[in-house]
Write a protein that binds this ligand. Structure first.
Ligand SMILES: C[S@@+](CC[C@H](N)C(=O)[O-])C[C@H]1O[C@@H](n2cnc3c(N)ncnc32)[C@H](O)[C@@H]1O
Length: 313
């Protein structure tokens, strides 16, 4: 109960300002099962705006240390502001979490007590039209989480072959109309490059048969997810990261992963299952935890979340 109040208090504090806010997903469950203890060294590999991290910092106390990693420099700058009260205990690292081994080596840390990966995007990234993640607002076709990286959605959409685009849509978006959409994309860019989120979303819509445009979700949802995963190489990075996290965890250390679509959850599920069978991990929850009805109503972003937690043995 005390924990619950502490956590709800933090949610309110960190959601005051629309521009720099992100409601941490499944916060109570993450904290309950990750169970950070005073003095722990914790890696938050997806620091975002520091919502989960702030509660973790309260629990690890002044002797604890938080290594906050994010590949988005803008997120890191905001997190460092949000967590300014804990500056002395935090390292803010602009990196891909798949380089967790290099990050820890640089900090001279061999093993850590806890790792959190809360995958996907922060609300501020999704809501900023200039970042190009959303089909709801017109913006450049960007979708890079790390703005220093070279390849954007514009590059993929305008230079890959029809077959490559079709494969991305099928593999990363599970998009039934992948052939048709890829054909429309390639035909459309013959006239002029596809430059904005609105242009891409309109092409996806035109490519779909009329009856498929009447789904509950926006018809461009899967295509945008697919290009975003491809631009940021999300699934390859996750596999590599999980292997390195396992190496980094102390015996008795815990890892929590929040996934937002079945493709990334499948990667986590398969890795955890393999390591549980080989006696390297103990599954703290056998099936992924889902957000409560209340949370899903209050924060629609949480609806698709699945949380898996395991302990190093
Ligand atoms: C869902 S948000 C995390 C929100 C955070 N837990 C909070 O409460 O504020 C995911 C964050 O992870 C970052 N991210 C995604 N993939 C990453 C990767 N491979 N390496 C580092 N950061 C990544 C994104 O830039 C984003 O800021």
């Amino acid at each position: 109960m005390l924990m619950e109040r502490l956590i709800m208090g933090d949610v309110q504090e960190t959601t005051g300002n629309e521009e720099t806010s992100h409601i941490p997903v499944m916060l109570n469950e993450v904290i309950k099962y990750l169970d950070p203890k005073p003095g722990n060294i914790v890696v938050d590999g997806t620091l975002g705006l520091g919502g989960h991290a702030e509660v973790i910092l309260k629990l690890i106390g002044s002797k604890g240390r938080l290594i906050g990693i994010d590949r988005d420099a803008q997120a890191l700058a905001m997190a460092s502001k949000n967590l300014s009260a804990y500056q002395d205990q935090c390292d803010f690292i602009h990196e891909n979490y798949s380089n967790i081994d290099k990050v820890l080596a640089k900090l001279n840390i061999r093993h850590v007590d806890r790792v959190l990966l809360d995958l996907g995007l922060s609300s501020f990234q999704l809501n900023d039209p200039q970042r190009g993640f959303s089909f709801r607002a017109e913006g450049p076709l960007d979708m890079r989480m790390d703005q220093d990286s070279y390849i954007s959605a514009f590059d993929l959409v305008n230079s890959l072959s029809e077959r490559e685009i079709s494969t991305i849509l099928k593999d990363f978006g599970q998009e039934r109309w992948h052939h048709r959409i890829a054909r429309y994309v390639v035909q459309s860019r013959l006239k002029k490059p596809i430059e904005t989120t609105k242009e891409l979303s309109d092409i996806v819509l035109r490519a779909m048969p009329r009856q498929s445009r009447r789904e509950k979700i926006h018809p461009a949802t899967r295509a945008f997810q697919a290009f975003r995963i491809a631009v940021n190489r999300e699934l390859e990075g996750l596999e590599e990261a999980l292997e390195k996290c396992l190496d980094a965890l102390k015996v008795g250390g815990r890892i929590a992963v929040v996934a937002f679509h079945s493709l990334e959850d499948r990667v986590v599920k398969q890795k955890f299952r393999k390591w549980s069978q080989s006696g390297e991990l103990d599954l703290i929850v056998k099936k992924p935890l889902r957000p409560s009805e209340g949370e899903a109503r209050f924060n629609p972003r949480a609806r698709s979340a699945r949380l898996r937690i395991a302990e190093r043995i």
